[in-house]
Design a protein around this ligand. Structure first.
Ligand SMILES: Cc1ncc(C[n+]2csc(CCOP(=O)(O)OP(=O)(O)O)c2C)c(N)n1
Length: 682
């Protein structure tokens, strides 16, 4: 649709959408970086969505029953910032818009969760927002089933670009949403046929509409510059029993005389001449960042449109029993249920007394069996490894189109989609998601896992088969570098528990974490209980602690995690038998140990004794504890992996790779007797 026609037929709409366009153009120009084309192209769609469909109240951005709006094409961030400013979100001032992409502003290059109200999730890595939205929609279904539609009854809208749909993660997200019949999920595809390199046809000829249809979606079309057509499609989408994708035919950089419809409008300022010419084409005579009062006030009216629905919701909420209100408030706040701590303590006591020999993946199942019944906000799942990850407990039921009260999601073989959906659920609020796969396939989930950390959402990753200890599946499945990679990631607690007691403690910490995701690295193979002395206190909360102290003069400290703690204890026996006083330090979570004060760390790892670290993974990162923390290079050694694993039975692998109690004891003795040798790979 030509500008003249649009202005003529829909003058009010035009003014509103033009305000988005010029704010985007001006902010990108001022910042001298950013992406004007997408906001200019999608301004009409966004205007109709916000004006006629999106249930929101700009004065109450956290209202739990608001519709969620996800800008998956996060490079078009100015579209969102303009909408938030125009509709009257308090924190999104004009000053913030002027400071687009500057240090300290809330208008970051890409929308970042927590920076400004109205940003539901961090987007920018293409496809993530779309996949988060699947989690938002799952959370809404689950909460509606649990608390009723008086309290939870809202849609999730997504704007996604060609890039989002080309990314592999979109395939996982679309497949999952289609199967789950998430009818309140509506995706608006910015079908402008342009990406950075040029025409999308340079790299993709997929029929996206057929693709969505094939995955079980309803598919609609609209002219993305015709408000009535956009409205018609959105109205129809809301009646669908399936998730809906609306292909919105748009022109990138709409109205820019020489750049519209080309990749030149995608990711750089229009430039002074083009900017002036575009203003002229729009008939927009106002100075940069000036929005005429009547247009601003019309937009503010849109921002208030939802206030009636919101106050009606508050009235309905107030009619609920006080215990129901308290429970809803609790799950939305993310506070742990009262009984969680006592259930964990009870299990710890029982395990310390009976000392079972079980794999920590099984330990995790035992813990979940105890905590899931008292924590109704958990939604578990696995990427098709349920029996191996031990993530399903008998009380959960399966979440699906015919049972929204089920609390277990069969994610299918979709690690990345699972991780992103979990982010969405956690961000929605009211749900504590956990999901499993093999630790090695962290690689496949990595894009979304990084965002869990960046956004500070407390999801829990249950990563089993955590070392060569998985045996015959071989090196393709044996993680060696993954712990290091996870530990290198800011803001994630990487737990590698040694037994069921530590596993229970790790779960307690994961479920009570407020701003940090957790990874539980769990074994396939059986492990003895090493914590046979019941302690009420959560020792894992310290990150590392003295599990067995030296008898006699302390000459060696053995540090280990997970399955290698038992090996360290055996090595200690050998050394003690030879009169060498040896301390064993279990280090289930380095990140938490780092957070302890100096005095505690000094107490656990005093300078003086030789140190040997043992972990069936590569050494990377261990030096911090070997000689960075009051240790000495010539008095420290590492027993672990130096490359990829191999396909063989577990016993052979540990022996062949030299990860044995004898090797650990020998290393300690060599160090004590001054026979230090540099590790060529360290
Ligand atoms: C995972 C990921 N890969 C690459 C990029 C860099 N990037 C940002 S936008 C973009 C092109 C997106 O094209 P499209 O979705 O069609 O956006 P439009 O050109 O319509 O604005 C790319 C490659 C990114 N943000 N995320």
């Amino acid at each position: 649709m030509e500008i003249a026609t649009l202005k003529d037929l829909h003058p009010d709409h035009w003014q509103k959408s033009a305000a988005i366009r010029v704010l985007a153009m001006d902010a990108v120009e001022q910042a001298n970086s950013g992406h004007p084309g997408m906001p200019m192209g999608m301004a009409d769609v966004a205007t109709v969505l916000f004006e006629r469909h999106l249930k929101f109240d700009a004065s109450a951005p956290d209202w739990p029953d608001r519709d969620r709006f996800v800008l998956s094409a996060g490079h078009g961030s100015m579209l969102l910032y303009a909408l938030l400013h125009l509709t009257g979100y308090q924190d999104m001032t004009l000053e913030q818009v002027r400071n687009f992409r500057q240090w300290g502003s809330i208008t970051a290059g890409h929308p970042e969760y927590g920076h400004a109200k109205g940003i539901e999730t961090t987007t920018g890595p293409l496809g993530q927002g779309l996949a988060n939205a699947v989690g938002f929609a799952i959370a809404e279904e689950a909460l509606r089933a649990r608390f009723g539609k008086k309290v939870f009854d809202h849609h999730t809208y997504v704007i996604a670009g060609d890039g989002c749909l080309m990314e592999g993660i979109s395939h996982e997200a679309i497949g999952l949403a289609g199967m789950q019949q998430l009818s309140k999920l509506i995706v608006l595809w910015d079908d402008n046929a342009i990406s950075i390199d040029g025409d999308v046809s340079l790299s993709d000829i997929t029929d996206q509409k057929l693709r969505f249809k094939a995955a079980g979606w309803k598919v609609l079309d609209c002219n993305g510059h015709d408000p009535e057509d956009i409205d018609r499609a959105l109205t129809k989408a809301k009646q669908s029993k399936k998730p809906t994708m609306i292909a919105c035919k748009t022109t990138i950089g709409y109205g820019a005389p020489t750049k519209a419809g080309t990749a030149k409008a995608h990711g750089s300022p229009l430039g002074a001449d083009e900017l002036a010419a575009t203003r002229a084409a729009y008939g927009w005579s106002h100075d940069p960042f000036v929005i005429p009062a009547e247009i601003k006030s019309a937009w503010e009216g849109v921002g208030k449109r939802g206030s009636i629905a919101r106050s009606e919701w508050e009235t309905r909420f107030a009619t609920l029993s006080s215990s129901r209100q308290a429970e809803i408030t609790r799950v939305l706040d993310g506070s742990a249920p009262k009984r969680l701590a006592s259930v964990i303590r009870g299990l710890k006591r029982q395990i310390s007394e009976t000392a079972p020999k079980v794999a920590t993946r099984k330990s995790s199942e035992m813990v979940l069996a105890a905590i899931n019944p008292v924590t109704p906000e958990t939604i578990g799942g696995s990427a098709d490894l349920t029996g191996s990850n031990n993530t399903l407990t008998p009380d959960l039921g399966i979440f699906g189109p015919s049972d929204r009260k089920g609390r277990y999601v069969h994610y299918g073989i979709r690690e990345h989609g699972m991780a992103a959906a979990m982010n969405g659920m956690a961000l929605h609020g009211g749900i504590k998601p956990y999901g499993g796969t093999f630790l090695c396939f962290t690689d496949y989930a990595r894009g979304a896992m990084r965002l869990s950390s960046l956004m500070g959402v407390p999801v829990t990753y249950v990563m089993t088969h955590d070392s060569i200890g998985l045996g015959e599946d071989g090196p393709t499945h044996q993680p060696v570098e993954h712990l290091a990679m996870l530990r290198a990631t800011p803001n994630v607690n990487v737990f590698r528990p040694a037994d069921t007691v530590e596993t229970a403690e790790a779960w307690e910490l994961a479920l009570t974490s407020e701003r940090t995701p957790s990874v539980l690295a769990l074994t396939r193979q059986g492990l003895p209980t090493v914590r046979t002395n019941h302690k009420m206190k959560n020792l894992t909360a310290h990150g590392a602690y003295v599990l067995a102290d030296a008898e006699g003069k302390r000459k060696a400290i053995l540090m280990a995690t997970g399955s290698e703690v038992a090996i360290a204890l055996e090595a200690r026996e050998i050394l003690q038998a030879q009169g060498i006083g040896t301390r064993v330090v279990s280090m289930p979570c380095w990140e938490l140990f780092e957070q302890q004060d100096e005095t505690y760390r000094r107490r656990v790892l005093p300078g003086g004794p030789v140190r040997v670290a043992v972990e069936a993974a590569i050494r990377f990162g261990w030096d911090r504890w070997l000689y960075g923390e009051r240790g000495k290079r010539e008095k420290s050694g590492f027993v672990g992996m130096h490359g990829f694993g191999a396909s063989a039975p577990i016993g052979d692998l540990y022996r062949e790779f030299g990860i044995t109690a004898e090797a650990v004891a020998q290393k300690a003795k060599d160090l004590i007797e001054g026979r230090w040798q540099p590790d060529p790979r360290a």
